[in-house]
Design a protein around this ligand. Structure first.
Ligand code: ARG
Length: 579
């Protein structure tokens, strides 16, 4: 909490030559709350003064004078521990949560700064894959975290909507697609009168697979595809219209999934958006003296950085993924003048990002140092239901559907007379999937296991949501307005202190999660808070007969509920009141 931290900073600055920010950065929470509320490690100041850190800690503990905010200061080894006034702590935290409500945890540290987040970014004419889900969920949480900190956030879905494969798809559609009509509205009425089916992403996938199968025995197909892609690049009407329909069909499916996940984007400027700008970008790279021709392709040699070359243009003149990313980065800097830009993309593309960041650096763009590849591990499926059947992709929509179905079953059993079961099942089913992507450090692989992610007692979304519903139920039972005149001094249990400290840390947790691009810091904080509360709930009566104590505890319950709700909202989960 600011008042305590500021006080400690003021105290320390009178005795040691460190800037306030440095002191703030160094302050930690001691491993056990009995040791103190804040700990200041004396290593760096000791180094600066050429003294022994333990000695410094002892000296400072004698020199610093406690007051009614920081009531006691002691040295423990090389650490200086600060004990703050508990009644003041309770009052400050609980009053701030009551005042700020849904905005508790928010700040304006990012005011006036812009962050660009490139996330999900699937390839069109294909189903959304699980890694696009993971990217979408992580990106969305990072977006919400920064929004809470006052940043201007721009969410970009860099659709993979350009490339030679669209020439192949046009050929396939012309050859075998006569049974399909496009999903455009003027065609939809034809559906009933003829046997024709609506063109969907699944159908496009089938056509794509068929193309590759037939191209193995029929060489002419590839040539035709190349021709069609050339036409597309040249702006041919038929080619462009067909490609446009691929895009529309894909977006219908993508947006259906995003809507269900509660994820949105500020821009869908994908790879094709940069077509007209590519020549300028290529010229700038050439003018910087970076390019060379190798095997008729245009490349940037990155030997001296121990990286394979960055491919800019193939011999058939087609531009490449990296070229478009370089071009997109330049455009985004011009258009949005971002302070930070992040790409939430799986670890398997690490080399791609290192390569094109290097090219940007070599082009002299200082701002490349504000760009980060926020990578993440794979989602692996446990054998069994919905495992990757014979290499087949798992359809995201099936995954979401299945999760909501199981959640529905569990809820119907736990709470048969719940009014809006369907809606709650949707929030819990989707919440389970989102949370499972966010509760481990993002670089780690996640093992997707239904029994784990939907366990109401595990480290899961449903567990946090269920705790929230339990808090709501206590408040309903209490029946009255949340008290405004509670006597905080009555909260004397150890767990109450642990809880208040966890509530106190919430704003700082948001900061840490945002700065590390690591939503798991927040999800784990919520899990810890839930487990402390559930332990407390088991051992103590909240609705006790002692009226004043009851009021104080209800205020505490209300505050926990608020913080869980705020945290879940940032992670992208709903908080049902009953479940
Ligand atoms: N479309 C790519 C894929 O599906 C991801 C794009 C990520 N964003 C970017 N700017 N490269 O793998």
């Amino acid at each position: 909490m600011d008042i305590f931290i500021n006080k400690i900073i003021t105290l320390l600055r009178e005795k040691i030559p460190l800037p306030a920010e440095t002191i703030e950065r160094l302050l930690e929470a001691p491993p056990d709350i009995k040791m103190g509320d804040y700990a200041f490690p004396c290593f760096s100041i000791a180094k600066q003064l050429g003294k022994d850190p333990k000695k410094i800690a002892t000296e400072l503990s004698q020199k610093l004078i406690p007051d009614d905010t920081v009531i006691y200061i002691n040295a423990l080894g090389p650490y200086l521990n600060f004990h703050i006034s508990k009644p003041l702590l309770f009052r400050t935290v609980l009053e701030e949560i009551t005042d700020k409500g849904a905005f508790y945890g928010n700040s304006d540290v990012g005011k006036g700064k812009t962050i660009l987040i490139d996330y999900s970014s699937p390839n069109i004419a294909k189903h959304l894959a699980v890694h696009h889900l993971r990217s979408a969920v992580i990106g969305n949480a990072i977006y919400n975290l920064h929004k809470a900190l006052g940043y201007t956030c721009i969410g970009i879905n860099h659709l993979g909507d350009w490339g030679t494969q669209f020439g192949q798809l046009i050929v396939a559609l012309k050859k075998w697609g006569s049974d399909y009509v496009t999903a455009s509205p003027e065609n939809s009425h034809k559906q009933d009168s003829t046997k024709k089916e609506k063109l969907t992403v699944s159908k496009l996938n089938e056509l794509y697979v068929r193309f590759h199968k037939e191209a193995k025995v029929n060489n002419a197909l590839e040539d035709q595809a190349r021709e069609w892609f050339k036409k597309l690049e040249g702006g041919d009407k038929e080619a462009k219209d067909t490609w446009q329909s691929f895009k529309e069909i894909s977006l219908i499916e993508f947006e259906r999934v995003y809507k269900r996940l509660g994820i949105r984007f500020d821009s869908y400027a994908g790879e094709s958006f940069y077509n007209e700008m590519l020549d300028d970008t290529l010229r700038r790279i050439k003018d910087s003296g970076l390019t060379e021709i190798s095997d008729e392709a245009l490349i940037v040699n990155l030997d001296k950085y121990n990286m394979p070359p960055c491919l800019l243009r193939k011999k058939d003149e087609a531009s490449l993924y990296a070229t478009r990313d370089i071009c997109a980065a330049e455009y985004r800097k011009r258009e949005y003048n971002f302070d930070k830009m992040i790409y939430v993309v799986g670890s398997e593309q690490r080399l791609h990002f290192r390569q094109f960041f290097k090219v940007l650096e070599e082009m002299g763009y200082e701002w490349v140092h504000d760009c980060t590849h926020v990578d993440f591990g794979l989602v692996k499926f446990k054998q069994g239901k919905m495992s990757t059947r014979e290499g087949k992709v798992i359809l995201l929509e099936d995954l979401l559907e299945e999760s909501c179905r199981i959640a529905g079953e569990i809820i119907a059993e736990k709470h048969p007379d719940l009014e809006n079961k369907q809606e709650v099942a949707e929030s819990v089913g989707i919440g389970a999937i989102i949370f499972s992507e966010l509760c481990t450090k993002r670089v780690k692989d996640v093992l997707f296991d239904w029994d784990v992610i939907l366990n109401f007692d595990g480290e899961t979304g449903p567990y946090v949501q269920y705790t929230h519903a339990r808090l709501c139920s206590v408040l309903r039972k209490y029946g009255d307005q949340v008290p405004t005149d509670a006597n905080y001094d009555l909260l004397k249990e150890d767990d109450e202190l642990v809880i208040i400290k966890q509530l106190e840390c919430f704003p700082h947790t948001l900061l840490r999660a945002a700065y590390n691009y690591e939503p798991s810091i927040l999800s784990n904080h919520l899990l810890d808070l839930c487990s402390t509360f559930n332990r407390y709930y088991q051992h103590h009566r909240i609705l006790t007969d002692k009226k004043e104590l009851r009021k104080a505890r209800i205020l505490l319950v209300h505050s926990i509920k608020q913080v869980i709700r705020n945290g879940l909202g940032i992670l992208g989960l709903k908080s049902p009141e009953k479940m």
